[in-house]
Design a binder for this molecule. Structure first.
Ligand code: F0G
Length: 456
């Protein structure tokens, strides 16, 4: 039997959980139009909406915060941040930004545009949106196994290298850069293997195309490589992460994930000329290049967080705990995307609620019941988010109907995870009774944030 999972830290500051009755939650959910984004956090017991910006900071991070030098230009905090990023990634230019999408916006307004195509395994929503906003095309080339929730492929985040090769052969001149997202959030928090990263690097660099990694969850990806890839077991997560970054020419990072902070991000690039343009653009919307939309205290916390998230004891606990949640759900008949991802567990709502058609949003129905029954806030990733109306007015469903339980870093304990499994199992046991929903308000863009629902 595997040893008990325990948090490799002790707790110094606590925050009470909101414990409401079902009736109280019903009132909140109705007022929010059955959209969990509209429910106040004070009415949520287990907030698994996202892992982004939710981390609990360590004593080292908080003490670094107190050292912050908030000077407008040339702050000492920037120097510490820059050296922490360079030590890990090795890129020559480090450009802070207030979060991941700000780094993406700057990068793509410089390199993308009409006629351009930017390949990746799967672009995250904001990356895709920033590419499309510039007039470019965001192309997903993930391997086929990624769309099969039951496939046990150990690296379901991998890019299909032959598709990438073909694209490079046919449209070399239209590709300003190639990307890969580690871990692949859109396809279930699934990792990308070192072998695949080496392959991507060889194809892109072989054709003289810069390679930029969306590296929000670089530490979790390194742990998966260490655990699952032949010949990597003797290496530390830091050594693996350094090799991964060395295969590329730059990265965009939302510090709100593996840098263990509540706000912050960066763009790092080897190309001095591109970095110069990026810094000039940064000044327009983010701020001077030594703070770039962050407080110096954010930079200090990120500098420390980037190192802490690579600690083997932390990563082992983190990845095992996520898998433990998935296994617990599976044991109770709730199918999840296999194998479990790094930062989240994705419930297959179509499998749990076969009586609710995609046009009646099974994922949203399940997310609402998880909240009503147990105060668990999750996020639908299915036809609410990706469903579309065709020209003839018919409804085109998303590929999968998933509900994401994202795990904030260092926030919930193992007994919280046990309680979440218990509550979800109770919801699963009465799945047949759940009813579908219709949308009473569907905004043109990003409907999952503000859409409203009622039962059919
Ligand atoms: N790239 C990936 C892979 C992400 O998961 C996110 C954010 C971003 C970029 C954008 O970063 O939020 O700092 O601007 N993902 C969050 C989530 C929002 O819930 O998965 P940001």
């Amino acid at each position: 039997m595997a040893p008990v999972i325990f948090e490799p830290f002790k707790i110094k500051v606590v925050e009470s959980l909101a414990l409401l009755t079902r009736e109280e939650r019903e009132r909140h959910l109705l007022a929010a139009g059955r959209n969990l984004f509209g429910v106040p956090a004070a009415a949520v017991t287990f907030d698994l909406l996202t892992d982004s910006g939710q981390a609990a900071m360590s004593t080292e991070q908080w003490s670094a915060v107190m050292h912050a030098d908030e000077s407008y230009a040339g702050s000492r905090s920037f120097a510490r941040f820059e050296s922490s990023v360079k030590d890990l990634c090795g890129y020559r230019n480090v450009i802070p930004a207030h979060q991941g999408r700000a780094a993406e916006r700057i990068l793509f307004s410089l390199v993308s545009g009409p006629g351009k195509v930017i390949p990746s395994n799967c672009h995250f929503d904001t990356t895709r949106a920033n590419i499309e906003y510039s007039g470019g095309e965001a192309l997903d080339l993930v391997i086929d196994e990624a769309s099969d929730p039951a496939s046990l492929h150990p690296f379901k985040g991998n890019i299909n290298l032959s598709k990438l090769e073909r694209l490079v052969r046919e449209r070399r001149a239209d590709i300003p850069l190639g990307m890969v997202t580690i871990t692949n959030n859109t396809a279930g928090g699934q990792p990308v293997s070192l072998e695949n990263l080496r392959g991507i690097s060889a194809i892109l660099r072989g054709a003289g195309i810069p390679f930029v990694i969306d590296a929000c969850r670089f530490a979790e990806n390194s742990w998966f490589i260490r655990e699952r890839e032949p010949g990597q077991q003797h290496r530390t997560p830091t050594e693996i992460a350094r090799e991964v970054f060395s295969l590329a020419d730059g990265c965009t990072v939302s510090g709100k994930k593996d840098a263990l902070v509540n706000m912050g991000g960066f763009l790092a690039l080897n190309d001095d000329e591109l970095a110069l343009k990026a810094r000039n653009l940064l000044i327009l919307t983010e701020g001077f290049p030594t703070y770039g939309g962050c407080s110096a205290r954010d930079l200090e916390a990120m500098a420390v967080g980037l190192r802490e998230s690579l600690e083997p004891s932390y990563l082992e606990y983190r990845i095992r705990s996520t898998a433990y949640l998935a296994d617990g759900l599976e044991r109770n008949g709730i199918r999840t995307v296999r194998p479990a991802g790094g930062h989240a567990v994705y419930i297959d709502a179509r499998a749990l609620l076969p009586h609710i058609p995609p046009g009646q949003y099974p994922g949203q129905a399940l997310a609402c019941e998880l909240y009503l029954h147990g105060g668990i806030r999750s996020c639908e990733i299915g036809s609410v988010m990706f469903g579309k109306l065709a020209r003839d007015g018919s409804f085109v469903a998303a590929r999968n109907e998933l509900v994401r339980l994202a795990i904030p870093r260092r926030v919930y304990t193992q007994s919280h995870v046990d309680r979440i499994i218990e509550l979800a199992a109770e919801v699963g046991a009465k799945a047949k009774e759940l009813r579908g929903l219709r949308m009473t308000y569907r905004p043109q863009y990003l409907p999952h944030f503000t859409g409203r629902f009622e039962p059919v």
